[in-house]
Design a protein around this ligand. Structure first.
Ligand SMILES: C[S@@+](CC[C@H](N)C(=O)[O-])C[C@H]1O[C@@H](n2cnc3c(N)ncnc32)[C@H](O)[C@@H]1O
Length: 284
């Protein structure tokens, strides 16, 4: 969209949008995000046939249940990729999984992993590939990945599991051949075919909508590994601290938490974690 098409945004309108975003997503928008707000919301406002941010704010306030999903989808940043921040996957494969296999093999061979803020699913499919390829006797394990996000459009892509082949550049070749299939060509061979995650990966992943700032999370069990990467960065310090406390309640001693590259915990011990690698923590 070019600049001329964007709607005007007054300071008061920006403040109105910022409050709604914070209340509904926990995302904390800095003063510098006015252009982002214009760019992200203008298409939706026009789609609704409205002509200003003020009228949109009014619309959202009076139709929250109906509009909430479009509203949240407009402001979330969904950038992700396969094997992004690969050091976490290496850690999982080389250190976390061997330790968890030893620990959990007595207790029913159960393993639970959570990709919190999974976006379009690449992180969950990487986790699933590693679990399947690394755990000895995988078929005898009850291993599952919960992948959650607030953005329903992202979740729809994640559930489909169909990606452009360029996206798999960082994926090891043996993972591609074992866990991804080429889609059949519908364009006469003009473009490289897309790739689809295999049923063997999809089988162990459950994609669900979850707003991390919802006061109650529906999950009952604990997680051996939580990946919550490049999500905290959008929250303010208080929200981050609250989430860490909640994650800690969902993990027993010796379980692992991986955050994104710029999301370190300032005093991990205070919330029950110990730093053991680059943005990698173990529950104390
Ligand atoms: C930048 S992506 C990170 C994706 C992936 N974890 C990675 O590191 O590549 C951030 C994701 O967090 C999600 N998100 C933002 N606020 C959220 C909230 N309150 N609850 C759940 N997910 C949220 C966004 O929808 C987005 O898909």
């Amino acid at each position: 969209m070019n600049d001329f098409a964007k709607l005007n945004l007054s300071d008061a309108e920006f403040a109105g949008i910022r409050n709604l975003v914070f209340e509904n997503t926990g995302i904390s928008l800095a003063d510098s995000k006015q252009e982002l707000v214009k760019r992200r919301f203008t298409p939706r406002i026009k789609e609704l046939g409205l002509s200003s941010f003020a009228s949109y704010i009014n619309y959202v306030e009076n139709n929250l249940e109906k509009e909430i999903s479009n509203f949240c989808n407009a402001i979330t940043t969904n950038l992700t990729s396969f094997f992004r921040e690969n050091h976490h996957y290496e850690f999982l494969q080389n250190e976390a999984l061997p330790a968890l296999e030893r620990r959990n093999s007595a207790g029913g061979r159960k393993l639970r992993v959570w990709s919190a803020g999974c976006s379009t699913g690449q992180e969950a499919y990487c986790l699933a590939s590693i679990l399947r390829s690394s755990i000895k006797g995988f078929e005898r394990w009850d291993a599952k990945i919960l992948a959650t996000d607030l953005d329903e459009k992202c979740l729809a892509v994640a559930k489909q599991g169909v990606y452009a082949p360029e996206g798999l550049d960082k994926m090891p070749a043996d993972f591609i051949s074992k866990y991804f299939e080429e889609e059949s060509q519908s364009n006469g061979g003009a473009r490289k075919p897309k790739v689809r995650a295999s049923a063997s990966l999809k089988q162990i992943i459950s994609f669900n909508k979850l707003n991390l700032i919802d006061p109650k999370w529906p999950m009952k069990g604990k997680f051996d590994v939580i990946f919550c990467r490049n999500v905290f960065i959008y929250f303010d310090k208080d929200t981050q601290a609250e989430l860490l406390e909640r994650f800690a309640k969902y993990q027993v001693r010796g379980s692992y938490l991986c955050l994104g590259h710029s999301e370190s915990i300032s005093n991990p011990h205070a919330v029950g974690y110990r730093l053991i690698g680059k943005t990698t923590y173990v529950r104390e």
